[in-house]
Design a protein around this ligand. Structure first.
Ligand code: KIV
Ligand code: ZN
Length: 529
């Protein structure tokens, strides 16, 4: 029978250790609410002894998110009374609280970090567990740096703390040193001994990604008997990060033939959780990151797009809908083939071309794609209409739409502390619109000025800028997400001028809305990125 794997999320503790990712109390509570929606079994909300602010945040998570019995709330303590008290006083408000403590087992930690004997460290651990058990029934013990520890000493520690009352044993690969096969063997041996001693105690692993093997090591541990995994959303965490929750969970789901286990994770909440964590912590997700990266479900090669349109399983092993995305994304670039372009055109209602007509339109597409990184739906309208106009042919699509799209003609932005302001000149068909605005910053001013000319109201949900430098030339890449009448629209743009890139991204998103307004029933995917 399929076995349950417990998911312990440490985004709010190990994840928050990333420099600059510190959250305030409200952000922590909101992420914890989302983690509960995602279906994690245990939330590690912080390290309360580290500061009053963290103590308050852990307490708030315990009160507001731990108020139901379907989730356990914990926080980290060193194996010292003050830390344990601090965790207890913060998590005790949850219906299901746990104390988590950590103490090293490797020679490096015992001798160099603590300058103590192995017996002394073991006794400190046992005493700490005994003390924690006087406060709460659930206690997890982490054998820090387990992957570099002497096996017999590691086992002696685990045996002793289990006898002292630990209810979960967490075996961390603290420095990401483990190798999947060796790690799997270690977990197998520990699991065998643990289950013989007391099979109600859960065996857990906590893997770091220093050699890029955190997910592989976590999966190897599951294969070898681990009952519980510690992960973070987007794989954030100390140094190279932790095992990514979304990777572990989707690997278990997709390769059920190998693992035969299940989790309580509602995978459809993965993208929502990833985006919330990324935006609150200010940590971009690597574009090609498995499952949650921007390109994880975007297909750009013509050969792949053709295969996908014939049968999705040709190049898709995880359905984007399963992680909460709308659909796969076929990005139209110069590498896209005829099949993908035809498919995008037909979604916009342009069908039944004669071969010669389609070839003319495809030629126009390639010309534009060569000068632009990505071709958008609104560009396709213009390409089609230009083709018929140039060829002096009758456009079967009687109405002309290309004059409904907006184009940036010029912009001027002034950045200063008192009056950040912007002026823009925008063209729509034959009409030229000009507007100026002041804002709380230059981008705010710029977007207010453009909004004034387009008359389309949107709520800016996310603005993201990144840069790529080649020599002295820096390319600013902007991605924005807006909401319009309850729908989300995303668009991107790139330029050496970051303000121009920002304006172009905004215009692209507005044009996506115009496309949806022109033929709402035909445009299935409103998210254009
Ligand atoms: O990496 C580690 O060893 C830890 C422990 C506190 C579990 O984060
Ligand atoms: Zn860690």
């Amino acid at each position: 029978m399929s076995r349950k794997i417990w998911v312990f999320d440490t985004t709010l503790r190990d994840g928050e250790q990333v420099p600059g990712a510190k959250l305030n109390l409200y952000e922590k509570v909101e992420i914890a609410q989302q983690l509960k929606k995602l279906g994690v079994n245990i939330i590690e909300a912080g390290f309360p002894a580290s500061s009053q602010g963290d103590f308050d945040a852990v307490k708030a998570v315990a009160q507001k998110v731990g108020n139901t019995s379907d989730i356990m709330i914990t926080a980290l303590a060193r194996a010292v009374k003050e830390d344990i008290d601090s965790v207890y006083n913060a998590v005790k408000y949850a219906e299901n609280p746990m104390i988590h403590m950590v103490l090293g087992t490797s020679d490096i930690h015992v001798e160099k970090k603590f300058s103590k004997s192995k017996d002394q460290i073991l006794q400190i651990g046992v005493d700490a567990v005994k003390y924690a058990k006087t406060l709460l029934p659930q206690v997890q013990y982490s054998t820090e740096d387990a992957s570099r520890s002497d096996f017999e000493y590691l086992w002696k520690t685990i045996e002793a703390v289990m006898k002292a009352g630990a209810t979960m044993i967490n075996v961390p690969d603290t420095v990401g040193f483990a190798e999947p096969e060796q790690w799997g063997e270690l977990i197998y041996r520990l699991n065998d001994r643990m289950k013989n001693l007391d099979d109600s105690v859960l065996l857990s692993v906590h893997c770091h990604n220093d050699l890029g093997m955190a997910t592989a090591n976590t999966l190897a541990a599951i294969k070898n008997g681990a009952d519980k995994v510690e992960c973070t959303v987007n794989g954030i965490g100390e140094r190279a990060g932790n095992a990514a929750l979304e990777e572990v969970v989707m690997a278990l789901k997709t390769r059920g033939d190998i693992y035969d286990v299940f989790t309580d994770i509602n995978t459809k909440e993965i993208m929502n959780t990833s985006r919330l964590v990324s935006s609150f912590m200010g940590l971009d997700v690597q574009v090609n990151k498995a499952i949650t990266g921007d390109n994880a479900f975007a297909h750009s090669s013509g050969i792949h797009q053709d295969g996908l349109l014939k049968s999705r399983d040709a190049y898709e092993i995880v359905h984007p809908e399963d992680v909460g995305l709308d659909d796969m994304e076929l990005v139209l670039t110069a590498r896209s083939g005829r099949h993908a372009v035809k498919d995008s055109l037909s979604k916009l209602g342009f069908k039944d071309f004669a071969d010669e007509e389609f070839e003319g339109i495809f030629e126009g597409f390639l010309k534009l794609a060569d000068s632009k990184k990505e071709v958008y739906n609104h560009d396709l309208y213009v390409i089609v209409e230009n083709y018929y106009e140039k060829a002096e042919k009758n456009n079967p699509n009687k109405e002309s739409y290309s004059n409904q799209f907006f184009e940036l003609v010029d912009l001027q932005v002034v950045s200063n502390a008192t009056f950040p302001s912007a002026s823009v000149k925008i063209q729509r068909g034959e009409e030229i619109y000009k507007s100026s605005a002041v804002g709380s910053g230059p981008i705010d001013a710029l977007y207010s000025a453009i909004a004034d000319t387009t008359g389309i109201e949107v709520k800016l949900i996310e603005y993201n800028i990144s840069s790529v430098s080649r020599g002295q030339e820096a390319l600013g890449k902007v991605k924005i997400t807006v909401e319009h009448e309850g729908e989300k629209y995303i668009a991107k743009a790139a330029d050496t001028d970051i303000l121009k890139a920002s304006a172009l991204a905004y215009i692209n998103v507005i044009n996506s809305i115009v496309v949806a307004q022109i033929q709402p029933q035909k445009v299935e995917v409103k998210v254009t990125v």
